[in-house]
Design a protein around this ligand. Structure first.
Ligand code: ATP
Length: 314
């Protein structure tokens, strides 16, 4: 191989071996204010956030502070006013193709069955129909929906729709999963079941390794192993209002200030042993201790955020 080509190859290899799956670097997002069109509203200012490969990071903050804005930036759906995003060491421009996105509201197509919804992304990637169907069926089974593939979204419960959406994301074998309050609409019991299932799927060795090949990647498994973290374990950026959920699920919890100009004001390593049961871990003394510490930082921001919401509504 010519020396110059070797050098380029080596640089690309090094970039891809970055320990960080996702880096938000000094991000600011300014919007035109909704209620006063001439004015600008800075939702997020000077925010840096890193998620290592295989790491589960939650972001908590008061309502309306800018959590979804940051996730949209990470997904490449929103270009920040300033700052940069890196994905496995490479600058992001456009959509983050190494990330899968799970929204707060259902993003299933109502005219497609559960199976057809899960197949959609695979077909879009060019996976032949038969293979896409087989993979989608496997994923529906893994999320506990074997035999429900022919149901349409309106024939599924809220929890089942979330499972379908999860299968849809995992079938594409993203290296990074971006989740925006995915379970907030569920009742407490279903929510805890889903949280445990997400943790199990996240921790399962090789989860998602059977997914669709992507351009430029090996056709055998749809991807390289994520550097760092456990083999095949995905990096997760999880947005939630719920501090208990954040602590129970994460390796690290980042606390955001109230807006405007939201920015991180605290970061906590969650040193609770895994595997975890999200219901049981809440009674652990260390959980209680971490909760008290994080709530000590979050409480004032929640009160500020709430006061702002009241002012807006008045
Ligand atoms: N496209 C936009 N144009 C104008 N303002 C916006 C836009 N997107 C977000 N905002 C404003 O930015 C702020 C942050 O919004 P964002 O949805 O990111 O907050 P959040 O923390 O996710 O909210 P919630 O907790 O309610 O889910 C809000 O004040 C919102 O009104």
């Amino acid at each position: 191989m010519p020396a110059r080509l070797c050098r380029v190859f080596f640089i690309l290899l090094l970039a891809d071996m970055s320990d960080d799956a996702l880096e938000l670097i000094d991000i600011s997002c300014t919007f035109r204010a909704k209620d006063a069109p001439g004015q600008r509203y800075t939702a997020v200012a000077g925010t840096s956030l890193r998620v290592r490969a295989g790491e589960f990071v939650s972001v908590v903050g008061p309502t309306g502070c800018g959590k979804s804005t940051l996730l949209n930036v990470a997904a490449g759906l929103l270009e920040p006013t300033s700052g940069a995003v890196k994905v496995f060491g490479q600058p992001l421009s456009g959509i983050n193709t190494r990330a899968g996105y799970m929204f707060q509201s259902d993003a299933l197509m109502p005219w497609r069955s559960a199976l057809a919804n899960v197949m959609l992304g695979l077909q879009y990637r060019g996976v032949p129909e038969r293979e896409a169907r087989a993979q989608a069926e496997q994923w529906l089974t893994r999320v506990g929906l074997a035999g429900f593939g022919d149901r349409y979204p309106h024939q599924l419960s809220g929890g089942m729709r979330k499972r379908t959406a999860l299968a849809q994301v995992l079938a594409l074998d993203p290296d990074i999963i971006l989740m925006d309050e995915p379970f907030s609409a569920l009742d407490v019991q279903t929510r805890q079941l889903m949280e445990n299932e997400v943790l199990e799927l996240w921790a399962a060795p090789g989860a998602g390794r059977r997914a669709a090949p992507r351009p430029g990647l090996s056709p055998s498994g749809g991807g390289r192993e994520a550097p760092g973290g456990q083999q095949g374990q995905k990096a997760v950026l999880f947005i939630t209002h719920d501090l208990d959920e954040a602590i129970a699920m994460s390796d690290r919890v980042v606390v955001l200030s109230a807006g405007p100009a939201t920015h991180p004001i605290g970061e906590f390593v969650i040193d609770l042993a895994r595997p975890r049961d999200v219901a049981e871990v809440r009674t652990h003394p260390r959980f209680v201790d971490l909760h008290a510490q994080i709530w000590g930082v979050l409480r004032d921001e929640v009160l500020k955020g709430y006061a702002q919401q009241l002012k807006k509504a008045a």
